[in-house]
Design a protein around this ligand. Structure first.
Ligand SMILES: [Zn+2]
Length: 160
């Protein structure tokens, strides 16, 4: 395999890969990463990415701490909504959504639960329980570390 940047040789091995593209502290355990020894470019093979995003979204809405700015952004993108669409669905203006997502304004506890519900409703087969809303607590919103690994052909998340 040749590097697309410099035509150097790429070496492939399995590693724990920080999935920075998600915007969240997500680590994919044991995925195949090819790295160029010459220029340092890398390519990662992530199978079944839609399923992976479902699993991450479920882990995020299942956490007990309040939703953090990058998690709100991840969930909105997961819904395939613009900021304006999220604003319309939760009944705020678009400037509020952008303040939530850039961390200038914490999301209130009701909007937090509403967003979880919307994501949970989109995935009824994932078995999200509204009972989990009772467990949401705390004022501090920090992104939860999530480790995801592929086992028996399915992605599984463990919130760290
Ligand atoms: Zn290279």
């Amino acid at each position: 395999m040749k590097c697309t940047e410099c035509r150097g040789t790429m070496k492939t091995k399995r590693e724990n890969y920080r999935y920075a593209a998600s915007g969240l502290p997500v680590t994919l355990a044991g995925v195949k990463v090819s790295r160029c020894s010459k220029c340092g470019a890398h390519e990662v093979a992530i199978p079944r990415i839609e399923e992976l995003h479902r699993v991450i979204a479920l882990a995020v809405i299942s956490k007990s701490g309040r939703l953090a700015a990058p998690e709100i952004r991840f969930l909105r993108k997961f819904l395939d909504w613009s900021g304006a669409e999220l604003a319309r669905h939760v009944g705020v203006d678009v400037a509020t959504v952008s303040r939530w997502e850039n961390g200038q304004q914490p999301m209130g506890p009701i909007a937090d639960r509403l967003l979880r519900m919307i994501v949970g409703c989109r995935q009824p087969d994932q078995g999200y329980s509204v009972e989990k809303l009772i467990g949401v607590r705390g004022a501090q919103a920090r992104p939860t570390r999530i480790d995801v690994r592929e086992a028996k052909g399915a992605w599984r998340a463990e919130a760290a």
